[in-house]
Design a protein around this ligand. Structure first.
Ligand code: SAM
Length: 218
């Protein structure tokens, strides 16, 4: 249960310097990439050197797992001074508190790598991608921002594509356009779950979406 989670009242209350101690944080230089349900942090560690100018955050609800990622990042920073300063991990419930942490339009990229499938119909409401939460993801993303999703569960993939394409603030990005995005190839294998799916020779279904301008505002 997450009833004991503390969380900020609004994004102004968040002291990002505690997560990125060597970086001077300001309104522009703040978290831009968010890995939702980051697990053991493999994606964070992989993309950290690819985007040294971007602050990247993983959020994870399981306390032991988030503690592991926090320790992992500390150890990497110690072993390689000056490196891995742009990644951090925070324990929170992403289904509840994102707008408490992030301003409207703050984020450039959102990642959902191998989210929990919640196979049973009665549990669909626990799926981290659902109709209500898409409105929150659209809120924290900037126009032009990108959502990356990958899963080994075909049914969940179809659910994800349906929900995003039904939503007026998102458009699916075509495979051809994805070829020039250096992040895409990292989605398959850099996280711990992705490696596990590779080991068990499971399928991987990728879908990427762009946050578009509100058609009712144009
Ligand atoms: N993305 C990681 C990877 O690819 O290795 C982890 C995948 S794992 C199957 C799903 C993760 O999402 C778990 O670590 C779980 O604890 C986390 N999670 C589930 N619901 C969450 C929530 N509401 N807020 C934050 N994290 C959540």
């Amino acid at each position: 249960a997450d009833h004991c989670l503390t969380y900020p009242k609004n994004p102004l209350e968040v002291n990002w310097s505690q997560y990125y101690p060597e970086i001077h944080i300001n309104e522009e230089r703040t978290v831009k990439f968010l890995d939702i349900g980051c697990g053991y942090g493999g994606l964070l560690v992989t993309i950290s050197p690819m985007f040294p100018q971007r602050l990247i955050l993983g959020v994870e609800i399981r306390v032991k797992v988030s503690d592991y990622v926090i320790d992992r990042i500390h150890a990497l920073r110690k072993a390689q001074p000056g490196c891995f300063q742009n990644i951090a991990c925070l324990r929170t419930n992403a289904m509840k508190y994102l707008p408490n942490y992030f301003r409207k339009g703050q984020l450039e990229k959102l990642f959902f790598l191998y989210p929990d499938p919640h196979f049973k119909k009665a549990k669909y409401k626990w799926r981290i991608i659902n109709k209500n939460l898409l409105a929150e993801y659209a809120y924290v993303l900037s126009v032009g921002g990108i959502v990356y999703t990958i899963t080994d569960v075909k049914d969940l993939h179809e659910w994800i594509v349906k929900h995003f394409t039904d939503h007026s603030l998102f458009q699916q990005i075509e495979p051809l356009e994805l070829e020039s995005d250096p992040i895409v190839e990292k989605l398959y294998d850099s996280s711990e779950e992705g490696k596990k799916v590779t080991r068990t020779q499971g399928d991987k279904f990728l879908a990427v979406f762009r946050r578009v301008e509100d058609p009712f505002l144009i």
